[in-house]
Design a protein around this ligand. Structure first.
Ligand code: ADP
Length: 397
């Protein structure tokens, strides 16, 4: 089955055409600057990546360009639109309504819209993606895959904030968690690599990219995760602060004569390792380079980042009363050997021993722990698009 995976943002649209039968990517690309001017970058499997400037006034036009490229004799991957059997949409927030992926109907679209308040930057854009695809491909079945769904198994004690209950009752203010597709995919893959049933395992997944979150997956179900009502909670990220004392928001607002919204915007876009490093960079490669050259702020940024990850791993080992495997994934987790080593340096108390040579590997599945380590530590590259294609194919079949 050929599945078109769509990840639609407010001014961008990422896509991959995947053959779900043999799990191969046939073509992929990205539309950017939608509504401004527009460009499409497209790559056929085994081909060159090419970019075309295009007039892209809206997402529907962007989707029609994507179809043109997929059908193109030279750079395309299909000869007729009929070859697309299904479309899988990444949807950021499913609130409490969606605990798993669903076939998209009018009713589902309404329910996604009702979650707009919880993800005002993302859900409306995701819906535009769905509507645009429906216009261009009215007869192709579509599936919604939610970032929050995997975390809906969290028990109440993990998702409630210590706030007046009425805010939960009235506005559904609670912890939701994100990156669910990745945590789901990586934890199941870990069980496969360990040759064990996921129902017998306690796994901690560290999804460490520009956005980052940790999750505790006990016997195949998520029991806790570090992101909250929004992706701002938890780890120190590329540009997000992660956990802070909430009183800081009004304190900074008063001192700097700005609004609470502006402070939150700073917490989202100018904080994290970018903020800690004095604005140097949110990219871990830049920071590692600067730290090596003696930049003290870059060094502190990386140390503070790793310390927070280690604290969450400790918390989740406690939450599950044990841990069998710890998995690193996403850009930093898959590639940054120094960051992984730094996090692991806190974990000796769990009986973990790391094979330093194995930890030099990047971007591939590898066991970092030695065979006698009491907890397996692994790297598993995440593949959210493949996971979306898999779930889409399963529901449409
Ligand atoms: P997101 O999907 O949240 O935007 P990614 O998962 O792509 O983020 O992760 C981006 C981060 O991964 C960047 O900080 C980058 O420094 C880091 N990264 C990517 N590739 C490498 C690499 N080869 N070596 C070290 N760090 C890397």
């Amino acid at each position: 089955m050929k599945v078109l995976v769509i990840n639609c943002g407010s001014s961008s649209l990422k896509y991959q055409l995947i053959d779900s039968a043999n799990e191969t990517v046939l073509a992929k690309g990205l539309c950017e600057r939608i509504g401004i001017d527009g460009a499409i970058t497209h790559q056929k499997a085994g081909g060159e990546k090419q970019t075309w400037q295009m007039d892209m006034p809206n997402h529907t036009k962007a989707v029609s360009y994507v179809i043109d490229k997929l059908l193109d004799k030279e750079v395309g991957a299909i000869s007729s639109l009929d070859e697309i059997d299904a479309v899988g949409h990444r949807i950021v927030h499913g609130g409490e309504k969606f605990a798993k992926s669903v076939i998209i109907t009018e009713e589902v679209m309404k329910a996604i819209e009702e979650c707009n308040d919880l993800a005002p930057l993302h859900n409306p854009a995701n819906l535009i993606g769905i509507r645009s695809c429906r216009e261009v491909m009215p007869n192709v079945p579509m599936v919604a895959v939610f970032d929050t769904a995997f975390h809906q198994t969290m028990p109440k004690k993990a998702y409630m904030y210590g706030l007046p209950n009425e805010y939960y009752e009235k506005y559904k203010v609670r912890r939701y968690g994100f990156h669910g597709t990745s945590h789901d995919y990586v934890s199941h893959r870990a069980a496969q690599l360990l040759e064990k049933d996921i129902k017998d395992l306690k796994i901690i997944v560290c999804h460490l990219g520009n956005g980052a979150s940790v999750s505790a997956v006990q016997y195949g179900e998520c029991v806790d995760t570090s992101m909250g009502l929004t992706p701002l909670e938890g780890l120190i990220m590329g540009t997000r602060s992660g956990d802070i004392d909430p009183a800081i928001v009004s304190f900074i607002a008063q001192k700097e004569h700005i609004s609470a919204e502006e402070v939150i915007n700073i917490c989202n876009k100018k904080s994290g390792v970018l903020g800690l490093s004095g604005g140097l960079s949110s990219d871990f490669r830049d920071l590692a380079g600067a730290a090596q050259e003696g930049n003290e702020l870059a060094k502190v940024a990386l140390e503070t980042w790793a310390y927070r990850v280690a604290k969450y791993v400790g918390a989740y080992a406690a939450a599950m009363n044990g841990v069998d495997a710890i998995v690193f994934t996403a850009g930093v987790g898959e590639n940054n050997t120094a960051a992984r080593a730094e996090v692991c340096s806190y974990l000796n108390y769990l009986g973990i021993t790391i094979d330093d040579a194995a930890n030099q590997k990047r971007g591939e599945e590898v066991f970092l722990s030695t065979p006698d380590s009491s907890v397996s530590v692994m790297v598993i590259p995440t593949d959210e698009e493949m996971a979306i294609a898999r779930q889409t194919a399963m529901l449409v079949k």
